[in-house]
Ligand binder design. Structure first.
Ligand SMILES: [Zn+2]
Ligand SMILES: [Zn+2]
Length: 352
């Protein structure tokens, strides 16, 4: 039993470290380097020799070995283990797609017979996949800020005092689970609809469009979002795409920046929901929540959300009790009726 556990732990450790060399992973050394080159190129064009000095937060070992960054690395690994246990192996995208595929067919949705050439189907599929996926990320993130129950878990991500590309993994396992369900649902939804509406036109080629958008996202700005390098996309592009500077505003510890820029790739959702705030190359932002959790280690990050949930629950319970007491004072007869089944006496009979 113990040998089995140690073997599993070893395998997970090797798998986690190998993502650093895996070109399909966002934090692979290739993407970490391409982000640096991209930022250097843009900043050199804008600021000449000063461009390089603006990259300093991305290159400083003080940032990469900051206590907060070390907590990110621990959470990255610990969450991998937790999610491997929490997510059943049978819950795969293929299962989810098959279930939805038959559901659409039973609901009467079938071949649209539009006669579109496959190239058009690929473009439409890629766009739908990208928009649905990006909006679902925005919306789940928005909910995590608006609901105090979900914020209890999401605060872990915001407690980072320095940002490194690995801060993307600084989440609570409960949030990891929610985002896993989100990606599974949104992606399966689009794929299953296309399988039903465009039968015989679905092939692996359709996925290439998605791979291209993911590649561009990873190769350019993705790893700069969680970094101290303030890089805006310029006034015009900022309105459409979330720049690294915009996501850094999202991590700001200032009150005026709270609940700004929930988006991942597109800025249009934030503009629609009134939460958009442009970023700037010269912004000076401190990160964190200003709460005790900012200084907690890995275990604290895992436990604090549950303490907060417990306190929230207690507070809600207290409010319900106060409300019931006030109701009893106002309408004692109604309350007597309400209480009756608990005491086993029939107030109605007594009234008679
Ligand atoms: Zn957030
Ligand atoms: Zn973030």
């Amino acid at each position: 039993m113990f040998d089995h556990f140690v073997g599993w732990l070893g395998n997970e450790l090797v798998a986690a470290s190998s993502s650093l060399l895996d070109k399909s992973k966002r934090v692979s050394l290739w993407y970490l380097l391409s982000a640096l080159l991209f930022a250097w190129g843009v900043l050199a064009i804008r600021y000449g020799h000063d461009g390089w000095s603006r990259l300093q937060p991305y290159l400083s070992w003080r940032v990469w070995w900051h206590r907060s960054a070390r907590t990110d690395y621990l959470l990255w690994f610990a969450n991998r283990l937790a999610l491997a246990v929490l997510i059943p192996k049978t819950l795969t995208q293929a299962v989810w797609i098959s279930w939805l595929y038959f559901y659409w067919q039973e609901a009467g949705i079938g071949d649209a017979q539009l006669g579109w050439p496959t190239s058009i189907v690929i473009v439409v599929f890629t766009l739908c996949y990208f928009f649905v996926d990006d909006f679902s990320r925005f919306f789940v993130h928005w909910c995590m800020h608006k609901s105090p129950w979900l914020w209890a878990f999401h605060q872990v991500h915001h407690s980072a005092k320095v940002l490194t590309p690995f801060t993307v993994f600084r989440t609570h396992p409960v949030e990891g689970l929610l985002f896993f369900l989100r990606s599974m649902t949104s992606q399966s939804l689009v794929i299953s609809v296309f399988l039903v509406v465009f039968p015989n036109q679905v092939s692996l080629w359709q996925i290439y469009g998605v791979l291209v958008t993911t590649f561009l996202f990873n190769a350019l700005g993705a790893n700069l979002r969680h970094s101290g390098v303030a890089l805006s996309y310029g006034q015009r592009i900022e309105k459409w795409f979330i720049s690294p500077a915009q996501h850094q505003v999202h991590h700001s510890n200032l009150n005026q920046h709270y609940d700004r820029n929930f988006g991942v790739a597109l800025a249009i959702w934030d503009r629609m929901f009134g939460s958009w705030e442009p970023g700037h190359d010269n912004q000076m932002i401190r990160f964190g929540t200003n709460q005790a959790i900012d200084n907690m280690g890995m275990l604290g990050q895992w436990c604090q959300p549950f303490k907060d949930i417990y306190e929230l629950f207690q507070a809600r319970l207290k409010r319900v009790r106060i409300w019931l007491v006030s109701l009893q004072k106002k309408t004692p007869h109604t309350m007597a009726l309400w209480k009756a089944p608990q005491t086993g006496k029939s107030v109605l009979k007594q009234d008679k």
